[in-house]
Each structure stands twice: as C-alpha cells, then as structure tokens.
Ligand binder design. Structure first.
Ligand code: GTP
Ligand code: MG
Length: 275
C-alpha cells in the first residue's frame, strides 16, 4: 500500500523525502530549483517537458535529508505526464509570477488538480505547502500586479508558508528552501502530520475570504455586500458587520487594514447618495 510516510534508511537520522513543484508554465519553477541546487540563473526559457527529476542532500538539525525533486511542467499539455507524480509527496512548491495575475489565480486549480490525484483532503493535510511569489527582483518591481498582502493572505489562510523569491537575483531562495525542508522534517517527526503551530495564521477563514472578496469587488454596493439601491439601514448594517470582522484591532490578516479603510470609504460614498 502506498503511504505518505517517508522511507527510512538504515541510519535512523536520515530521511528520504519527495517534493514537487507546481504552477503555471513560465512562472519560474525550474529556475527556483536550479538557483538553489546549482546556484545559477538561466534567463532563456526552456520549458520543462513533462517532468524533470533531481536529487539533493540537505542537513536539517541532526538529520541528513535526501530530497527527490520532481519539477513538473506547467503547461496543460503535460497533464497526463504530471498526474502520475503527485502521490507520496511530502512537500509542494506552489509558484506564481507576481507580474502575472492569471498565474496567481491559477493556484486554486493547481490545488484542485493535485487533490483529484491524491484522492482526499486527508492526504493533502500531510503535505507541507510553500507558496513562492516569484520574480520579485528590483528590475521587475514595476510590472508587479499581485502584492505581498494578497499573496500572503491566500497562502496563510490555507496554513501554507509564503515566501517572496527571485530566481534571478537569488532573493528569498535559500530562506524558502531552509524553511521548506525544516517544516518537512518537523512533519516527519510529528508522525506525518503537518504541525499547525508554525503557520497558525492568527485569523479566520471568514476574515481571509472577506478581504479577498472586498479586494475583488466591482463597486461600493458589491463591497458592502448589499444590492444597488439598498437603504441607509441596510448599508449601515452591512458596514457594522464588516467593521467588526475586519477592525485592525481585532484582525491581523494581511490586507485587513486596507480592506477596512475601503469599507469605510464605500459606506461614506454610498450614504452621500442615499436620501
Ligand atoms: P514550465 O517548465 O514551462 O512549467 O516553466 P517554469 O515554471 O519551470 O519556468 P522557468 O523556470 O523555465 O522560467 C520561465 C522564464 O522565467 C525563464 O525565461 C526564466 O529565465 C524566467 N524567470 C524565472 N525566474 C525568474 C525571476 O525570478 N525573475 C525574472 N526576471 N525572470 C525569471
Ligand atoms: Mg520548468
């Protein structure tokens, strides 16, 4: 029977783990891995064909970890090749390009594809996920469209780690991998369960979902969650509910302060026009 528990070698202190990379084509998955393993960056895009495989050894505390890295191709064309490789992973690098919103929006469908192959949510719970907001270097800052708050909120509301990385400059890469391998080791030492303490977000899913909804709302009515033409009472009631949920004194979710301000402004502008 296949299990998620890593295989032990003779030496009690050594572990063998499997990690995979996921995310749209061209977001930089292969370059992140190359930057870490080979300390170099290749500017030319060489699409991964199906899957690339590599092994690296790392030391975490008193343990030697042998990491099998399966670098997946992001192109939809390779689904049939990829889907074989999801099972038995202990870690997932979920990568998006901060300059391409569709690569961020696609993270949910990457999780969906993985869940479908894993068979159940329970299997997904014993995996360490790291979200890499990639291509954050100074050079590319002007084309950034997904800010840190939004990325961090998406990751941390799911209990995932969040890192800003640049495979080009190397920024964040070592820190990200160190945290990744150390969390996987913690999980293995914790009987294959992802420890919750480390990334306990300190905010609720409702708060995270509300902030996301507010960010994506099309107008002030939509932001407050009332129908166009709602009465003053309805607007105030909706406002009070959101204010309690998102007040900066009570909500530590990334982006809560901006969301709270946006809600205050939406209420003010709506009330101005309601008799
Ligand atoms: P697939 O294998 O097709 O799924 O793509 P991938 O996600 O592995 O992308 P890859 O690592 O091949 O990188 C795609 C392109 O982005 C290449 O041209 C890289 O040079 C470039 N790239 C990757 N990381 C960075 C980065 O941090 N900054 C910048 N500016 N470019 C990057
Ligand atoms: Mg690749």
């Amino acid at each position: 029977m296949e299990t998620n528990t890593p295989k032990r070698r003779d030496n009690k202190k050594s572990l063998r783990v499997k990690v995979i990379s996921l995310g749209n084509a061209e977001v930089g998955k292969s370059c992140i891995i190359k930057r870490y393993c080979e300390k170099r960056f290749v500017p030319k895009y060489l699409a991964t064909i199906g899957i690339d495989y590599g092994v690296t050894k790392v030391q975490v505390r008193d343990r030697e970890i042998k990491v099998n890295i399966f670098d997946m191709a992001g192109h939809p064309f390779f689904y049939e090749v990829r889907n074989e490789f999801y099972k038995d992973s202990q870690g997932v690098l979920l990568v998006y390009d901060v300059g391409l919103r569709e690569s961020f929006d696609a993270l949910d469908s990457w999780l969906g594809e993985m869940k479908q192959e894993m068979g159940s949510q329970a299997n997904m719970d014993s995996i360490v996920f790291i979200v890499c907001a990639n291509k954050v270097s100074l050079v590319t800052r002007s084309r950034r469209v997904v800010d840190e708050g939004e990325g961090r909120l998406w990751a941390e509301s799911r209990g995932f780690h969040y890192f800003e990385t640049s495979a080009q400059s190397g920024e964040g890469i070592n820190e990200m991998f160190q945290s990744f391998f150390s969390s996987i080791t913690d999980m293995c030492e914790n009987g294959g369960k992802r420890p919750v303490t480390e990334v306990s977000a300190g905010f609720t899913k409702e708060q995270a979902d509300t902030i996301r909804r507010i960010r994506n709302s099309k107008d002030s009515w939509d932001m407050l969650g009332v129908k166009p033409g709602a009465t003053r009472e309805e607007v105030n009631k909706a406002y009070r509910k959101l204010a309690v949920l998102l007040h900066p004194d009570k909500c530590v979710a990334p982006g809560s302060e901006d969301a709270f301000k946006a809600v205050v402004n939406a209420r003010t502008s709506l009330l101005k026009n309601i008799k």
